[in-house]
Design a protein around this ligand. Structure first.
Ligand code: 13P
Ligand code: SF4
Length: 390
């Protein structure tokens, strides 16, 4: 469903190496993966179990809820982005093996303890939404805003956690903050308590929905198009806006449409609808509940037996909970008629996980995620603000 965009692949191509070795080790690891790519999923499953056993408590395997079933079942810890950030900061394991996407592993690297190593089994597991904002574009927006007002006095930059570490660093440096889908309202309240405007990136939908829940009228939330001069806005519009919404979106969640909800309501008047806030505003508005992946799971888990649900989020999660809650008589239906998977997260497959774990068990670190120290320090400021607020 998602086209793998260039930057997701290129930007994350860090070398694989043994800390004390040079390019030979790098080549040895890369060649070794070729052999894994030919393995059957079941064979990989057995090898993952054996490597995990060998590593014991030295490795903690964290998995996001969208992770494919044949990887998710090996996880030690699972969660939404906020929960996984906290878990990464709390584990004492030597290796944090992150089965998610690149920005999540970066957050783990920033929040983990000195000496811990974070790895992402496939460096091509990026997030297409995160790639929709870059630090050069955000810096340009900041300069353009500076033609109208002093942004460091009047605008709080707030980045969704689905963003590269240098954008979190930008927020740390400019009095800003990070949010996730589960704490966005608290974070925006924090932001508005400091300055009268917020520049929110990269997901316009999460920003708009959260602003709406806070009572901000739609006409005071304007889209900032980073490819247009001054975001495509006039000076008067910038002055009048309270929330500037970066023109970004999730390619998976944009597939869910209001007509999918209306059709379900028509067929199942007693059915309930729950969506992720990355869905379009109209879809969120038609939903009974809107929340993060963890909220979606817990809301359905705690609902009465024999209820019927339409769920607007990624397919792996929906399939998993449909099976899990079937014994309670709950019928869980995916919102779109098409397959909407996070294809970048799905790149973390049993082959890459087996390759990563077996290398770690042999003392070879592959696909290490290491945020440069300067960015990590400033990004940590913005992340710590978030963790303190939520
Ligand atoms: P959650 O924080 O709700 O898990 O969302 C992460 C994400 O990328 C959703 O697309
Ligand atoms: Fe990014 Fe969308 Fe995948 Fe979430 S579902 S990780 S926002 S591409």
């Amino acid at each position: 469903m998602i086209a793998i965009r260039g930057p997701s692949v290129i930007r994350f191509s860090l070398p694989n190496y043994r800390a004390d070795e040079g390019p030979h080790a790098m080549q040895a690891s890369a060649t070794a993966f070729e052999q894994y790519s030919r393995l059957q999923d079941d064979d990989c499953g057995a090898r993952i179990v054996a490597a995990k056993k060998k590593l014991g408590k030295r490795a903690a395997l964290l998995a996001h809820h969208y992770q494919r079933a044949d990887v998710y079942r090996h996880a030690d810890l699972t969660g939404d982005s906020l929960k996984l950030s906290r878990l990464a900061s709390q584990t004492d394991a030597e290796y944090i093996v992150f089965c998610g996407v690149h920005f999540m592993a970066e957050v783990a690297d920033i929040l983990c303890k000195p000496g811990q190593i974070t790895v992402l089994p496939d460096m091509a597991a990026g997030c297409s939404m995160a790639d929709m904002a870059s630090v050069s574009k955000v810096e340009r927006a900041w300069r353009e805003l500076g033609e109208v007002l002093d942004p460091d006095q009047h605008v709080t930059p707030a980045t969704y956690i689905n963003s590269a570490a240098d954008l979190k660093a930008f927020c740390g440096e400019h009095g800003g903050i990070v949010c996730t889908s589960s704490n966005a309202k608290q974070i925006l309240e924090w932001s508005f308590a400091r300055r009268e405007k917020v520049l929110f990136f990269p997901d316009q939908h999460l920003g708009r929905w959260t602003g709406h829940k806070m009572g901000i009228p739609l006409e005071e939330m304007l889209v900032w198009d980073p490819d247009e001069p001054m975001g495509g806005l006039s000076v008067e519009q910038v002055k009048a806006a309270r929330l500037l919404l970066w023109k970004g979106h999730c390619s998976v969640h944009q597939m869910f449409q209001p007509q999918h909800v209306l059709k379900f309501r028509n067929q199942h008047p007693d059915g309930l609808v729950i969506s992720h806030p990355e869905c379009k505003f109209e879809v969120c508005k038609l939903s009974d509940y809107v929340g993060s992946t963890e909220t979606i799971i817990n809301t359905i888990r705690n609902a009465p037996a024999d209820t019927r649900w339409l769920v607007g989020t990624e397919l792996n999660l929906v399939n998993r909970i449909a099976e899990e809650f079937k014994p309670q008589g709950k019928v869980i239906q995916f919102m779109a008629p098409l397959v909407c998977m996070c294809s970048t997260m799905a790149r973390i497959d049993p082959q890459h996980l087996a390759w990563t774990l077996e290398n770690l068990a042999e003392g070879r670190v592959v696909n290490r995620i290491k945020v440069p120290a300067h960015d990590a320090e400033l990004a940590r400021v913005a992340l710590d603000r978030m963790l303190a607020v939520s």
